[in-house]
Design a protein around this ligand. Sequence first.
Ligand code: MIC
Ligand code: SF4
Length: 641
Amino acid sequence: MGRNIVQKIFKKHLKSGKMVAGEKISVKIDQTLTQDATGTMAYLQFEAIGIPRVKTKLSVSYIDHNTLQTGFENADDHKFLQSIAAKHGLYFSRPGNGICHQVHLERFGKPGETLLGSDSHTPTQGGIGMISMGAGGLDVALAMAGQPFHLSMPKVLKVNLKGKLPQWVSGKDVILEVLRRLSVKGGVGKILEYAGAGVKTLSVPERATITNMGAELGATTSIFPSDAVTKEFLKAQGREKDWTELVPDADAAYDEEITIDLKTLQPMIAKPHMPDNVCTVEELAGTKVNQVAIGSCTNSSYKDLMTVAKILKNKTVHPDVSLCISPGSKQVFKMISDNGALADMIAAGARILESTCGPCIGMGQSPQTDAVSIRTFNRNFLGRSGTKSAQVFLTSPEVAAACALTGEITDPRKVAPRAPNIPTPKKFLVDDNLIIPPLSPQKAKKIKIVRGPNIKPCPKRDPMPGTLSGSVLLKTGDNITTDHIMPAGSKILPLRSNVPAISEHVFAPVDSEFPKRAKEAKGGFVVGGANYGQGSSREHAALAPMYLGVKAVITKSFARIHLANLINFGILPLTFVNEKDYNGIAQGDKLELAVKKMGETLVLKNKTKGTQCEVTHSLGERDIAILKAGGALGYVKQGKA
Ligand code: MIC
Ligand code: SF4
């Protein structure tokens, strides 16, 4: 039996376990990336592991999230990260160089290799045939220390693409269609492998948009073949030597399969407040729009911004609309400024932002009260924009630009019959002057780490006791995101390197009394619904609750990265054997759980109600040992891998 692409790459990188769906495996990691919001903690943990120099083929530290600098905190973090990169043998991408995923695609991603990134949109590199996965900072720190990455072997879902996209329909519409069909939990435990005759009709930026937003399905990652289109892209980046062909064997088998006929797709849009709440743009046509935001790691490529510039050229943004645009990288920014496209955007009235995440993570440009905000981003969770009453919609750059001009949700096919045609440039503008390469080991030794007052050590948890007891501090519904658990935005994001300070905001959008209650009770339990912890990779959504004393989280099901983060920080993740037992527990109930022996099921006693129920887990031996040690750092310190 032949192999699919996923199996081919995993086979080459397998360190332990069998490549059978659901089995615990570990894989060698070739490259890592971090961004500043998760990076500070990741490097504090790397320091605690005590390895002098990264052991990967390549590791890059990017500055792209925390760049508003409304106080000293962001700038202090940048200096800390720059000195850490110099000390430990990393590339450092300076602020202004762009969003990690866009820059990595342009300059570092390599077909056939593995990448672990402390950001959930790391799968962007699947657009050029890399197995690229998001993880918590601690897992990335361990990968930098040369340890393999542990996961359950995912199922491989073949997405069979047929035909060719019609005018005005682009990569974003493909992934919105996948989200419409599969939902935000439809990818859990799976890798989406794109295949079929339609693949060759999609450019690398379109493929990267699709794999980027595969994160919203809860998928482990998504991947495209590496073919002639990939080769042309890498050649235009001056990186032809990084190209290798990667295609599935003719008789490759897959666990599941869906088919999408590209020619039948239409412009799509995700409605508030979930990326899978998808309908056609036509259905919402005429809705008044207040803000349009173009950019983010999903849609800020040269192709995306050239498309937008062509639509805006010689026109004016509607008087009721505020349009902001952030180019994904310095490369994109410089190319559109050299060729006049930037001038066309400015002339039309666009507000140009720097090459960072910006409004995508609520770092500025929060929309007005009750606004309709049309964004080319990947997440529209309640409150993420910084305005709780805003209605955020997700769509393609084509649709966003059309909305900016008309002031209402607009199907671009109504504006003009033909969409702008933007071919991949024969040569991208390559200038890595904002990437500082690693220092030699001799020079690195002399570097002093710069630690501002906002950089506080990573808190630790004691080994797990034999019995966990306490009250239910909070009970939530389904699809709780890490933005609910540990929100970001311009006020909270700067506190990422200061866990005592950031933990004051845990569950702020759900229940602002949570931190006080948790501290008064000296910790306790959280009870959640299905797909608990979906969204970002931020380990602060585990680390800060751990700091507040959360001992176990009991849910109907978990999202992958958050589950791993809970284990890494010594919080026991459990699920109900019978989902209906979720109904029998209320906030405030006193619970008790004997955990000395971690069998397949455990008995959860409800002391308040005088009842009990069975709970279970998906923990392997290593996970249990980590939990018993009080978290992964303690476990690794015991000399274990
Ligand atoms: C996000 O898009 O939510 C973020 C901000 O990039 C996060 C990482 C973080 O919280 O720092 C992610 O996607 O992992
Ligand atoms: Fe940055 Fe937004 Fe992408 Fe997260 S999703 S990496 S915040 S641009």
